[in-house]
Design a protein around this ligand. Sequence first.
Ligand code: ATP
Ligand code: MG
Length: 734
Amino acid sequence: MTELITQHLNEPQHEAVTAEPKHLLILAGAGSGKTRVLVHRIAYLIETGHATPYSILAVTFTNKAAKEMRDRIEALLNRPTQGMWVGTFHGLAHRLLRTHWKEAGLPEHFQIMDSDDQHRLIRRIIKTMQLDETKWPPKQAQWFINNKKDEGIRPHAMGDQDDVFNTTMLQIYETYEKTCQQSGLVDFAELLLRAYEMWQNNPELLAHYQARFNQVLVDEFQDTNGIQYAWLRLLAGDNTHFTAVGDDDQSIYGWRGAKIENIQRFTRDYPGTYTLRLEQNYRSTSTILNAANTLISHNTGRLGKELWTAGEKGDPIALYAAFNEQDEARYIVERISSWVASPDNKRSDVAILYRSNAQSRVLEEALLKAGIPYRIYGGQRFFERAEIKDALAYLRLMANRHDDAAFERAVNMPTRGIGGITLDIIRSQAREREISLWQSTENLINSEHLSSRASTAVGQFLELISTLARHCEDLALEEQIEKMLQTSGLLQHYQQQRNEKAQARVENLEELANAAAQFTPPEEDTRTTPLVAFLSHAALEAGEMQASEYDDCVQMMTLHSAKGLEFPFVFLAGMEEGLFPHQMSLQEEGRLEEERRLCYVGITRARKKIVMTHAETRRLHGREMMHAPSRFISELPNELVEHVRAKAVVSRPSADFHPRPSFKTDAATNIAVAATTIDGAPVQLGQRVKHAKFGEGVVLNCEGQGEQARLQVYFESVGSKWLVASFAKLESLS
Ligand code: ATP
Ligand code: MG
């Protein structure tokens, strides 16, 4: 049996899987089999009796990875692995808190806030503290609070601050904490800190878990942050065996406090740790691997390693220079369509990766138009859509009346004539008396401190929630949701707006009921009500409820969420300076190298093919920007990159016009386009021109009029480029 587990492993992998030492650190590059080793090691430990499933705790980075890990272990062992804890740091901490809510000082039905909820709550706190929101942006306070929590620092531990900034931040942090505690709300960073403190304050409980988990295995170790590392340290008792695997070149969460130093610290904190390296890459073609190796060699301060592969050379990396983001999306969809036209290929082989979530919308539209199903992981996730969050707010209030964040969200959605002044009175009383908004409203109604109109309006709202909660008690989860959608007025609110967007929202709301129908509470949540379990699920596993996992669809995600995954065909969209590397990284030291590591992660996701695209102009966040191609493109070896030539674009009058670098400007193909001029004469397609920087080239295409006119020119030196005619100062050579 163990032979089954250890076959298909190379020599160092075999050693890593079967190693005896107490602690093991595997440092190796992308695609070298780190995750594979982790999975096989778990199966090996169980099979050889070194561990039981019950004694294993394995941490990975995403829910998707955790699920895959469990499936693979079960496949190797050929039996289910109940009792084994496999999950993300957040997921595992949540599981602990659900089980030991009392010890953790939480209400039984505490609820999880995602970062959008958190942002709203902080914003409201800033408002009630009568601070100027423009001077004290909620985002900044959110950042501050999360950073402190990631470092394990509570407000009371911060002491007196000597400057205005820190004093104010501390006050916001204090008020925020109080509100969360009162409302039974827990944010993401709190999950970990709370679980950590719970162990610290309950030595017996900690001892129980220390004795239980004698095998702790961590994937993607390079991205653990302060509190995560501290949590692992605390858990490790005398019996604990650690296995950590990671790659310093793939550390991409420095901006969120992850510390590469944890890798070095590990060997210091756990003397006798055996360090192993893996150097053979099994994932990618040699072209892809060499491109990645060359790119990452531009970084300094690496632990240093070189990966090799016995794999085939494969296709060159294709590079497409798009005119704008629409053209980029069109090209990507075209490539996907021709890929899936072959019966051997699947849509799910294809991943579109991008730096920023905002890039997905245009790509989604193009895919929708082409009828290609897709699925987005992370990002603009199902449970983060506004209408879904509205619906969840009702459900949360039904589960817990003191959830202030939910109260704020639901009270006037849809509008029910509760004015801003009334709400301010409710808020300020809540703050003064340190009670929830719900209690404050009840008080104000009873003490007749509100105008009769206001009192009736808020009274009806309280009545609505209470009645709903009562009626739903004996209903199945999806019936509860349907009932809530009908009674709250939410569904009606969107049904009345007869536009497409509202229609999509109605569909999403209906999808929520479907999601609930398919939902089975995970093991750790069977103690709470299905509704509370579902709400935790919505906060923790956002994104899981779109097109079913088993549907064959194109995978879309940010580069950050692609970590650890692999796909035969990868698109890296938006390879532009300012977008990737991200604008912010250009101003802060160290960040550029982190962006480069992110690009390394992106490239090494691909097994067979990569297409990179960049757009010369891009509309993003409501602004039109012109960006140079990403420096990361120029850092790749020239011979591994193939420039895709622009094909016929709709705006061009002649359909069979086919640009080539050796293009001759004979009279037959010259077509006058009167949209703009060069040297006073109308531009002609095929006209030879000269640019101060790029040298000589041929006009391929023209779009727009006058000032707005853009020309596509094929330059011998740099390939095809779109230029704004009025800025380009082209000289005519024809
Ligand atoms: P990343 O750094 O991206 O997380 P990784 O080091 O975790 O990568 P894996 O995902 O474990 O790498 O492995 C990459 C691919 O190579 C997988 O498809 C895996 O099954 C395959 N692989 C690894 N080792 C071997 C081997 N010895 N024989 C065959 N295939 C292998
Ligand atoms: Mg991995």
